[in-house]
Design a protein around this ligand. Sequence first.
Ligand SMILES: Cc1cc2nc3c(=O)[nH]c(=O)nc-3n(C[C@H](O)[C@H](O)[C@H](O)COP(=O)(O)OP(=O)(O)OC[C@H]3O[C@@H](n4cnc5c(N)ncnc54)[C@H](O)[C@@H]3O)c2cc1C
Length: 501
Amino acid sequence: MALKRVLIVGGGSAGWITAAYMDAVLNGPRNKIIDITVVESPTIGRIGVGEATVPSVRDTMRTIGVPEADFMKATDATFKQAIKFANWLDGKGEYYYHPFARRPAGRLDRSAPKWLSSDRSVPFANTVSVQPELCDDGRCPKTMQPRDYHAPLSYAYHMDAEKLADFLCDLSVKRGVKHIQDDVVAVQLEAGAIKSVTTKSGGTLEADLFVDCTGFRSLLINGELGAPYIDYSQWLLCDRAVAMRVPHDLHFSGERRPYTTATAQDAGWIWDIGLANRRGVGYVYSSDYMSDDEAMATLKAFEGAHAADLDPRQLKFRVGRRDNPWTSNCVAIGLSSGFIEPLESTGLFLVELAVATLCEYFPFGEKMDVQAKRFNQILEDRYEEILDFIVLHYCLTRRQDTAFWQEVQKADRIPDRLQESLDLWRTKSPSLSDFHNGLQLFSHHTYEYVMYGMDFMWDKRRAGAAPTQTPQEVSEALSRARGALPTHDEWLKAHLGSSYQ
Ligand SMILES: Cc1cc2nc3c(=O)[nH]c(=O)nc-3n(C[C@H](O)[C@H](O)[C@H](O)COP(=O)(O)OP(=O)(O)OC[C@H]3O[C@@H](n4cnc5c(N)ncnc54)[C@H](O)[C@@H]3O)c2cc1C
């Protein structure tokens, strides 16, 4: 069989994850069946954000085949065990956690009905997971005797997006992936498929399969192939972000948090992500409700006086997805295939899913329409799933203090599918049967964290209900974890060395 040529256009996180993953899965060390080239513009920068991940990234890194400590050191990574959502319900300092780990429960998990019928004096998440309290303690999910990519508790990472791309670039090139630094300036079609691309320096690059990783530019999939874009702005109002990096030597509280914080603001929310040597903070907001200058001033005020001289970056984005990210012989992966705002850190997850699915459905023969159809359905389902889950965070708010928060809870801002589920979940708590697509990212667990963190069914509280009981197995597991797990900072310093001091 002739070697299949794959040309990846774009060298951001999406481009290099795609290259490294495809090479590891389809080629391996001795069995080269595809020839991979990445062409990356030396002048057009990467998006430079995308610092928080979900646990699937461990599997991706393990599959690519890198020692965990090497990857973490190279990307200034820290651990993430949860997202802490502050001020989403009333805007008065309240918060809830969406942790990754949860006590195993049987097919009919009764945790939520029990909690709902109590006085709810303990947050729901604390009754089913040890991670909220371990996050408050600043503990690490791993013990001091680590195994790569394993821990007693589920976890993901915070990491530097630029460094991730550089790390995977070096690794892939060493393994035989070709790297060309040039701008793609034209795309040649033949019989509805891409035949080649032309670069600024005059080269022509041919391939059997093209992967569009050009970020929001969507050079191949949008340009010549014109795959339609499905707009999500009816449901998700945020369309801008302002982001800045706060070096630890400018401001460091003394410990790196093992969770992401998402704090609601007047017209959106601010992320706060701690890395080895700096924090990444950013305000995701709606330009209909806040100007760029106001957003920048809000972000700086949130950070404090030490941020006065920092120079934040403004980013514009359009929420939605490409209808057919695999069109003809071109597959869009990353921001070129769509974007949903980063509240649940799903951008890199969608890259991971797309490349794993592409490997599974790789077109070794001439025909690729059947594989494309299935790939497109899988991606569409995940985008729609993520859309619903992100809207859930907004629509349950009781905030009335700004026009933005009044707007997000209106009925026409809630997709029908989500509204139908919410109606159902007023009659019963979410359960396994409500989530029966094996590829789903979110489950009844994750829905419950957000719904009960946002006080869903608050109108059904019963007067005189008994105090919430934390199940004994959760309390015991928490005591054991406190005995076994070091603090996050202790672990990072002990295992990753100097940049974590
Ligand atoms: C505000 C914001 C916050 C986010 N936060 C998170 C998060 O916390 N977690 C998460 O998982 N995801 C997050 N994301 C998404 C994440 O950043 C992206 O999914 C991820 O970085 C992939 O980006 P990309 O590689 O598709 O695009 P980019 O990083 O933009 O890379 C595009 C590449 O294409 C190249 N290119 C462009 N045009 C050409 C051309 N003509 N010729 C050659 N090369 C070209 C560029 O040089 C670059 O290398 C966030 C996104 C935004 C906007």
